[in-house]
Write a protein that binds this ligand. Structure first.
Ligand code: 13P
Length: 251
């Protein structure tokens, strides 16, 4: 399995950024990982066209749980697929916090993504208060149980909320421990199918810390926020990634 380096642009980016990114990404050779760029929905189609024919995939950052219909301002998974997305980030902590997304809502969105042929990237992670209270593993286990439907096929991103955009990265031992917990939970929930579910780490991943995070056992890639907005930094992180000897869950 190749590691997956995914960039989450969040609410950033204008049309001019598409060419500024697509050029260097297309030109990058010898990457030993899979690369995914998740721009805002306004740029999805342009980014997909700019990267057409390359090995770089394009993803969305959210979808509505329902099929196309009367939902002003929302986007259905099928519409994102039509715009060129192959993946969709779901249940990011910023959406859980700012939009009140519960595990049940995330689960419904995962089903919508499956139905549209999108690969869901489901985000989980504890707050700082939850970690300090010794509840980090229980919180993440609960999110996995509630957010992933039976038959889930996709990617998990472990993003400790306090490490997002803060410049603070989780301690390597804590990352490895949580990825082991997530791997065990996925195996308990899905059996052998869990082998095909990469578990990414996210939270202040930068060129300087990418190699140390991406070599931890059970880390199958990274979900990158701020550093994904600079092509050189994003590519430096991708160059720190590699092809893993074992399938997901096996280290
Ligand atoms: P940062 O890399 O900016 O901490 O963001 C991480 C994140 O939330 C990716 O989804």
């Amino acid at each position: 399995m190749r590691q997956l380096i995914a960039g989450n642009w969040k609410m950033n980016g204008v049309f001019a950024d598409v060419a500024r990114f697509a050029g260097p990404l297309r030109a990058a050779t010898g990457l030993g990982c899979d690369v995914l760029v998740c721009p805002p929905a306004t740029l999805l189609a342009a980014m997909a066209q700019a990267l057409a024919g390359s090995a770089i995939a394009v993803g969305a950052q959210d979808c509505h749980p329902d099929p196309p219909g009367a939902h002003t301002g929302d986007l259905a998974a099928a519409m994102l697929r039509d715009a060129g997305a192959s993946h969709v980030i779901l249940g990011h902590s910023e959406r859980r916090a700012a939009h009140g997304e519960t595990d049940a809502v995330v689960c419904a969105k995962v089903l919508a993504a499956h139905a549209a042929g999108l690969v869901p990237i489901v985000c989980v992670g504890e707050s700082e208060a939850e970690r300090l209270a010794g509840r980090a593993e229980a919180v993440v286990a609960g999110q996995l149980a509630g957010s992933l439907p039976g038959g889930f096929a996709g990617v998990i991103a472990y993003e400790p909320v306090w490490a997002i955009g803060s410049g603070r990265t989780a301690a390597q031992a804590d990352v490895a421990a949580m990825h082991a917990v997530i791997g065990a939970r996925l195996h308990a929930q899905f059996g052998a199918a869990a082998e095909a579910m990469p578990v990414l780490y996210g939270g202040s991943v930068k060129p300087e810390n990418a190699a140390s995070l991406l070599t931890l056992p059970g880390v199958h890639g990274a979900l990158v926020g701020g550093a994904s907005l600079k092509p050189a930094d994003f590519l430096a992180i991708a160059r720190a990634a590699r092809t893993l000897p074992n399938p997901a869950g096996g280290g």
